[in-house]
Design a protein around this ligand. Sequence first.
Ligand SMILES: Cc1cc2nc3c(=O)[nH]c(=O)nc-3n(C[C@H](O)[C@H](O)[C@H](O)COP(=O)(O)O)c2cc1C
Length: 142
Amino acid sequence: MKTCRLIYRSIAESEILDEDSLARLANLAANNNRRFNICGILVLSNGRFLQVIEGQSKFINRLYANIVQDERHHDVELISYEEVSKPEFIDWNMKLFSLDEIDEHVRELLVNKYPVVDNKIQFIDDAVLMTSLLLDIKHLQK
Ligand SMILES: Cc1cc2nc3c(=O)[nH]c(=O)nc-3n(C[C@H](O)[C@H](O)[C@H](O)COP(=O)(O)O)c2cc1C
């Protein structure tokens, strides 16, 4: 069975953007994902989501089909889907990172490397850059 990594971006609906709703979503996602050996992180910046999910292709495909239909966000856009030899985000079944609330020194590192508008990090349709951003977040937050 193939192991895959899927990355997408989307725009959050405002109802999901309070701390409680986001924490609930991330907890539920982590519990669901654990059952299917799915791992990944969910990143929030300025009301936009960037998520990576990794796991067996049939589970990743099914989860993404659910996520696309979820009304808590819209304009879901696939950035990359690839087969990988091993998952990179195994520390978390799902963990939320808000780039609006990270330490200033972490923020400075990211801001110097990734696209920024009005001091907010942008999630762009570039698979290499977004994979690199997700890996940097993983390393910087560990
Ligand atoms: C931005 C976002 C990310 C999500 N990530 C996950 C996830 O990683 N795992 C998951 O099971 N559900 C995730 N969900 C929720 C799914 O869209 C869906 O509600 C859930 O998988 C339904 O699970 P259930 O049918 O078992 O209740 C996410 C939803 C949103 C809006």
